[in-house]
Design a protein around this ligand. Sequence first.
Ligand SMILES: Nc1ncnc2c1ncn2[C@@H]1O[C@H](COP(=O)(O)OP(=O)(O)OP(=O)(O)O)[C@@H](O)[C@H]1O
Ligand SMILES: [Mg+2]
Ligand SMILES: [Zn+2]
Length: 456
Amino acid sequence: MAKKRRTRFICSNCGWETSQWLGNCGSCGQWNTLEEVVIPDESGQKSHKSRLRSHGTDAVKPYSLDEIPVSEADRLQIGMGELDRVLGGGLMPGSFVLLGGDPGIGKSTLALQCASMLTGQKTLYVSGEESLAQIRQRAHRLDIHAKHLRMYTETEIMQIIETVRSEKPGVLIIDSIQTVYHSALQSMPGTTAQIRECAALLMQLAKQEKVTVIGIGHVTKDGDLAGPRILEHMVDTVLQFEGDKQSHHRILRTLKNRFGPAQEVGVFEMDNGGLREVSNPSELFLSEFDPSVSGNAVVCSMEGTRPLLIEIQALVTPTSYGMPQRTASGFDHRRLSLLLAVLEKRCGWQFSQHDVFLNVAGGMKLTETACDLGVASALVSSLSGKAAMEPVVMIGEVGLGAEVRRVTQLVRRLEEAQAMGFSHAVVPQGYTEDSNILKVSAVRNIDDALKKSGLI
Ligand SMILES: Nc1ncnc2c1ncn2[C@@H]1O[C@H](COP(=O)(O)OP(=O)(O)OP(=O)(O)O)[C@@H](O)[C@H]1O
Ligand SMILES: [Mg+2]
Ligand SMILES: [Zn+2]
């Protein structure tokens, strides 16, 4: 029987659908993002209907809020502090967690380690990327011999769902979401239509069978999760690996969490035995800090609910030819340009004939404006060649008039500085509390801050 075919065009960025090809998306406006998808009419509709029906009867009945049984105690604690932290205190049963990151950064490793630690839970690890032998080899290297862990190499989503319904695992790991496909859709695995459909089915499975789904996702070269943007909207939690592959440190950041604070970070170290949590990240980020070298500064950034002390390094050298270069790793380019402009215009430090390199230690990405003051002082220190000598933590946002602006949670930041053995902190004006161990200098502007920290 010849099937009636329907062709749709789906935006790979936002998931918008249209029956006609267009150069740019009618919803998000991106160019060249519409992908053609052939959907066999009947099975498409059938699967949609059966999906609606399979919700069962109790799911459609309204409940009053108090009637719904739920408790925080239900959370599955994995037992790896840094991982539990980014999840908001552990895995929420029946939730869908997306774990993204660059190729080879350690996604499968983390998923396998996490599965092995959930000893009370039957876990099904579905791999579409590696053979059973390869997984076994990794498990052997990581010294994992977990009886509750079942391995399965399958990529057809309906098959996976059937297996989950019969095996009833508590945790399902999908490695990776880009390799699973729905045979009713005629596009290749990894395309927008496939990812969208498979993720929707997995989300339903999670809610209906109360199975916690951990889906591994690839990222594009821009660092976004591959696949439609709506993937991120659909799932409950999005975790992303950051950090550079050359170093041993891996940073796991919560980009979204329906069950906990977002922007939380967990820090890990990768070695032969897998990922190990780093319980005191400030210590790690400061491990090579030397206050007697010019261009170095220490900032305090709130990463989620935790303050972290991080070393910043600047290198300012005369430009040998042409346009001066500005290179920043772990810090926003435009913010760097803005700080350089403020230093030139308001404070008289000339960078226009200099190349500027800025580096954040340990592969961290700083997004908080509270790090501005530290970056500005590292830049000045490298330009002048004068080091602070005495270790000092610089906290404050820099305004366009070179004024040092207030930041949130100053007390928590100072406590962290104190705990890490610092004896001096430069903070925005308005700080009045007495701190008896740490010397706190409240400053109005950059010049003031540079004087107080001994840089001029
Ligand atoms: N024998 C080994 N000794 C030490 N580290 C290893 C060894 N084998 C692998 N690794 C580490 O594990 C990393 C690969 O981990 P993993 O396979 O979990 O990454 P992934 O994110 O799942 O990659 P992919 O995107 O390819 O699936 C390597 O980059 C390396 O750092
Ligand atoms: Mg992998
Ligand atoms: Zn779009």
